[in-house]
Write a protein that binds this ligand. Structure first.
Ligand code: HEC
Length: 147
């Protein structure tokens, strides 16, 4: 008797959870991208598409600088992801990526996250000191995860 109730209730509960997660993730992402100042949001990526022969370089950069939080596959599953108050999103999630313009992604990588976020800044004025060109190219690289 108990067993048959479980069998009936559980699939419904799982389905509800999956639906909730699927709806929630793009919501969070849209909020974060919406918070980016409009003058950045409107910027288009000025860099030409990434050259195939340079992909190895970008994979290495991502692995060295981003993967511990964002996951080596860009799925948000890095070993430090669980420790974050506001977890990183999955770049593999097309619904999320479609909610963000290149300019919004650029801003978040160049200037980092809000006050309590662990998301570091990588732009020219940060400790990492990447050129704007390098940040734009990283934007192009993370877009590949959802393709
Ligand atoms: C120490 C952990 C950490 C590292 C390292 C890190 N990030 Fe993040 N990142 C986060 C967290 C946490 C968020 C979400 C919270 C926020 O946006 O403030 C985030 C957010 C982002 C976002 C905005 C999308 C979103 O989830 O809101 C982008 C784009 C991003 N990171 C790119 C990168 C790239 C590219 C690198 C490497 C060059 C990198 N991050 C390195 C933790 C990290």
């Amino acid at each position: 008797m108990t067993r048959s109730i479980c069998m009936q209730v559980l699939p419904g509960a799982w389905l509800a959870l999956v639906v909730l997660l699927a709806w929630g993730a793009p919501g969070i992402a849209a909020e974060r991208c919406d918070a980016v100042p409009a003058q950045y949001a409107a910027l288009a990526n000025p860099e030409p598409p990434l050259e195939k022969r340079r992909l190895r370089y970008w994979r290495k950069q991502f692995k060295a600088k981003c993967a511990r939080c964002h996951g080596a596959a860009g799925d948000g599953g890095g070993e430090e992801a669980g420790r974050q108050a506001a977890p990183p999103v999955a770049f593999t999630d097309a619904a999320f990526m479609d909610n963000c313009t290149d300019g919004q992604l650029f801003y978040q990588i160049a200037f980092g996250g809000e006050d309590k976020s662990a998301m570091p800044a990588f732009g020219p004025e940060s400790d990492q000191g990447w050129s704007e060109q390098k940040v734009w190219q990283m934007v192009a690289f993370i877009r590949r995860f959802a393709e």
